[in-house]
Write a protein that binds this ligand. Sequence first.
Ligand SMILES: Nc1nc(=O)c2c([nH]1)NC[C@@H]1CN(c3ccc(C(=O)N[C@@H](CCC(=O)O)C(=O)O)cc3)CN21
Ligand SMILES: O=c1ccn([C@H]2C[C@H](O)[C@@H](COP(=O)(O)O)O2)c(=O)[nH]1
Length: 277
Amino acid sequence: MKQYLELLKDVIENGAQKGDRTGTGTKAVFGRQFRHNLADGFPLLTTKKLHFKSIANELIWMLNGGTNTKWLNEHGVTIWDEWATEDGDLGPIYGAQWTAWPTKDGGKINQIDYMIDCLKNNPNSRRILFHGWNTEYLPDEKMSPQENVKNGRQALAVCHLLYQAFVADGHLSMQLYIRSSDVFLGLPYNTAALALLTHMLAQQCDLIPHEIIVSLGDTHAYSNHMAQIETQLQREPKKLPQLIIKRKPESIYGYNFEDFEIVNYDAHPSIKAPVAI
Ligand SMILES: Nc1nc(=O)c2c([nH]1)NC[C@@H]1CN(c3ccc(C(=O)N[C@@H](CCC(=O)O)C(=O)O)cc3)CN21
Ligand SMILES: O=c1ccn([C@H]2C[C@H](O)[C@@H](COP(=O)(O)O)O2)c(=O)[nH]1
């Protein structure tokens, strides 16, 4: 993942100093893109060890409509705890918009079903996408995540918001638009989750996973991540691991963490960093 290290360098060298909602302060650039061919390995960072269990379980949770941290906690994932109410509620975030987009007559639309149907039956379509930006449920930036949830809003406005698929010659590529990207903590998770989703969709729809493309809006490094980023930039990237999916579940909703195996993951040690809330 040389592209990732180049992006970190770009943000540090070219980023403008910006204040932000969390009060932490960032260096930020706007509008960047990188791509990765999945035939070259699974894009799990090697310049710091990532907790793949958190990444896979978060994706499984979202695909199944999860919006409460209880399920995540039961599966060893704590990355959403700071934003949840005491009941674990995060409001209508990703899982709700992906699988139960509310309609004007009180119904729900499952965008993931639509995606699978299109990939199987109309792969030439230029409309194979799903997205989470539902303005009706956006949080008020001046209120805490928990207050927003109590008002029926999202704890945090969705960041990875638009997923589009492209099929050619039996190969599946996916592009993700991230409006706001925490390059040190969030981006490695979002990139690996996009790759995992591409493998799962490909398996379900009998396609070959091909390229992932990540397009970024506000691409920022938090001021309290600078030393960690320096450490990472001094490390030499290693060979990427591979993903093995051990079973083909009956649907995209049927995956468990145990269905995945990351082999030959040789990474530098993890690097701790505070998350901006
Ligand atoms: N400021 C900020 N950055 C984010 O990346 C982010 C948010 N907020 N809010 C919502 C989610 C939660 N995400 C998170 C939150 C924490 C870690 C984190 O601390 N990761 C540690 C390991 C923790 C673990 O997996 O158990 C790491 O070293 O990567 C990563 C992504 C991504 N999102
Ligand atoms: O999947 C995610 C979720 C969140 N982030 C980061 C991006 C920002 O640093 C914050 C969100 O703050 P906003 O003020 O709403 O932009 O969380 C991420 O990188 N990836």
